[in-house]
Design a binder for this molecule. Structure first.
Ligand SMILES: [Zn+2]
Length: 144
C-alpha cells in the first residue's frame, strides 16, 4: 500500500455552487453523496442539473450513493496549468464510475499518479475544505 497522501493546493479555486445543486452540496456537508434522480424517467443526472438530460423533466428525487466504484479513466497533468498548482505536479485527475452508474471527476488521494490503474476499486472519502465546501474525493480500496 502506498504511503502517499494527497495535499490540496491551498490557493486552488473552490467550487461555487448554485441553487440547483444545493441538495448535493448540503449532502456532502452531512457526509452523504447524494445523486439526482429524475422523477419521470429515473435517469441519474451527474452533476445535478436544472433539467433532466434524458427526458427534459424538472422534477427530481435524491438518493444516497453507497460511495463505491472504480477508476474508469484518468489523466496525469505534469504542467502547472494554474498558478496555485506550482509545486503540486504531477497530479492525477480521475474519472470514477460509481456503482450507481454516474461518472464523477475527482481525485484518488491515497495513491501517486503513477499508481493509477484502470478498473481499480475506489471508495468515497469526503474532504472538508471549509464550513461550506466538502469535496467528494476517493481512496483506493485495500486489496485485502
Ligand atoms: Zn428524466
Amino acid at each position: 500500500m502506498s504511503d502517499y497522501h494527497w495535499v490540496r493546493p491551498a490557493n486552488l479555486t473552490l467550487p461555487d455552487p448554485d441553487e440547483n445543486a444545493d441538495e448535493f452540496w448540503e449532502g456532502l456537508k452531512q457526509n452523504r453523496l447524494l445523486l439526482q434522480v429524475c422523477s419521470i424517467c429515473s435517469k441519474t443526472n451527474y452533476p445535478p442539473m436544472v433539467m433532466c438530460s434524458e427526458c427534459g423533466g424538472f422534477d427530481f428525487q435524491w438518493t444516497e450513493s453507497e460511495g463505491s466504484g472504480f477508476l474508469y479513466s484518468y489523466v496525469v497533468t505534469h504542467q502547472p496549468i494554474h498558478p496555485s498548482l506550482v509545486d503540486y505536479t504531477p497530479f492525477l485527475t480521475a474519472l470514477i464510475e460509481l456503482n450507481e452508474g454516474p461518472r464523477i471527476t475527482s481525485n484518488i488521494i491515497n495513491i501517486r499518479p503513477e499508481e493509477a490503474e484502470i478498473g481499480m476499486r475506489v471508495r468515497l472519502e469526503l474532504f472538508q475544505v471549509n464550513s461550506e465546501i466538502t469535496l467528494p474525493l476517493f481512496v483506493r480500496e485495500s486489496a485485502s
